[in-house]
Design a binder for this molecule. Structure first.
Ligand SMILES: C[S@@+](CC[C@H](N)C(=O)[O-])C[C@H]1O[C@@H](n2cnc3c(N)ncnc32)[C@H](O)[C@@H]1O
Length: 340
């Protein structure tokens, strides 16, 4: 999935630094996990992994891809036998569209907003309602619920009429939005060890998270994830939070991140000072809110800092224009490592 700050294309770089410079490490915490790809990668390397994020959709990805460590049986749906996950996904894909929360507020079938075609919005409503019923009646386990919800959340961006994030919808129907919503079974992974997903504020849990490697990938610019991915969050939480204004962004003050504000360095400094981890591995971008000098100063107080750099093509959610003018197509992605 395209995601601001995704490390999908930097996994080999992160692995190289972690495995070559943190010898003997067995436990890995991904404190700002987003799409959960980093934690999933370290799970595949046989680490014990904890993945955490403030957003509910990110928790669902972490729950499905990291914490879940077995083949879902879907016994409660009577699907046990051959490929039950594929059958559950097939059933969800076969549901007819219904008019619900997403259709009424995020498609032209009930509002002025053009985030989704009425058909795809109706399919999302039908699938999300089905998942809610299955969970409420315990026809699916909590892990099974999150696996199917992760499949839905991963499929929505590929039919969304946006240029990358949900800050605004396009005023014409982009070809992507005319495709039919189609869920795919997530690629699950079973590895030795224990794995956890958490949905907490990083600063609240960091002081109590004992681990070998604490991986930090906080937001590095002012774009709040709660605003840019509000529709995914609404589908994940399913609380019918009132959509406001032209963009339909609901109020979710509790999801506002300090890392997207002038308090970013204070927040990061708190984690660096209080974490009991043996190694802290920090991803930060050369154009981030916190300057390289400030990061170095905070990290150096903890121990010897090593710096690794890789040039990286940036995620562009929209074109340059009067309000945004990117300095370059590529940025330097930095990994800072500080060890006790
Ligand atoms: C740069 S993204 C992480 C991307 C992730 N590594 C990936 O590859 O998908 C930053 C993440 O930090 C999360 N976040 C922001 N503030 C947070 C906080 N205080 N506690 C936990 N997560 C937070 C955001 O929701 C977002 O998913």
């Amino acid at each position: 999935m395209r995601y601001i700050g995704s490390k999908q294309n930097l996994l080999a770089f992160i692995e190289r630094v972690a495995t070559c410079h943190c010898s003997g490490a067995r436990t890995f915490v991904d404190l700002f996990c987003g799409t959960a790809v980093v934690g999933r990668h370290f799970k595949s390397l046989n680490f014990n992994v904890t993945s955490n994020d403030l957003m509910a959709y990110a928790y669902t990805f972490a729950r499905a891809l990291v914490q879940n460590n077995g083949e879902p049986l879907f016994a409660g749906l009577g699907l046990n036998g051959n490929a039950p996950l594929d059958k559950a996904v097939e059933h969800l894909n076969s549901l007819s569209p219904v008019q619900g929360f997403v259709t009424s507020h995020y498609s032209p079938a009930g509002s002025d907003r053009m985030y989704l075609s009425p058909e795809n919005a109706g399919r999302i409503d039908a699938i999300r309602m089905q998942l809610q019923v299955w969970r409420r009646t315990e026809a699916v386990t909590e892990d099974e619920f999150h696996i199917l919800l992760a499949a839905l959340l991963a499929a929505v961006p590929s039919v969304s009429n946006v240029s990358g994030t949900y800050g605004a919808y396009l005023k014409f129907w982009e070809s992507r939005s005319k495709k039919r919503l189609l869920l795919q079974a997530p690629a699950l992974m079973i590895t030795p060890g224990t794995h956890r997903a958490l949905n907490e504020d990083a600063n609240v849990i960091a002081p109590a998270l004992n681990c070998d490697i604490l991986y930090l990938d906080p937001p590095y610019n002012r774009r709040q994830y709660a605003s840019n991915y509000h529709l995914l969050e609404s589908i994940a939480v399913w609380d019918y939070a009132a959509p406001l204004g032209v963009s339909g962004l609901p109020k979710r003050p509790e999801r506002r991140s300090l890392y997207c504000t002038a308090q970013a360095s204070e927040a990061l400094g708190h984690i660096i000072r209080t974490s009991p981890a043996r190694h802290i591995l920090l991803s930060y971008n050369s154009e981030g809110i916190v300057s390289h000098e400030v990061l170095m100063e905070m990290l150096c107080k903890r121990g010897k800092v090593e710096l690794f750099e890789e040039e990286y093509r940036r995620f562009r959610s929209d074109a340059d224009g009067p309000t945004r003018n990117y300095k370059a197509d590529s940025v330097v992605e930095r990994l800072y490592l500080v060890s006790n």
